[in-house]
Design a protein around this ligand. Sequence first.
Ligand code: ZN
Length: 108
Amino acid sequence: MSDVKYDLYTFVAGAAMESGKPFQLKCNCGGTVTILPPMQEKSVYCPSCEAHIKVLCLEGDPGYVIGLGADGKPMLIDVQGSKKTPSHLLSEEARKAMLANIPEHKGK
Ligand SMILES: [Zn+2]
């Protein structure tokens, strides 16, 4: 592969790419990048903070991916361009149910 450095990684629903309609990609800084599918490049620059954002396209519209938060606990990360409810609008129960589906990383 290449040794290009990215500042951020973000997940995008393949369904959004295939829809052919522009959608907003959110940067961690709160800035947004308008994506115009089909995307030629697999990375974009944030117009606000100039972060180089690597776009990881997922098949269909999975809604969320599970990542690790700053505290080392699993957390839901919204897939951008998804039609599903953003994770911060989900009930605590719904979030827990989704996080329960993953194996726990225990020990060292
Ligand atoms: Zn930014």
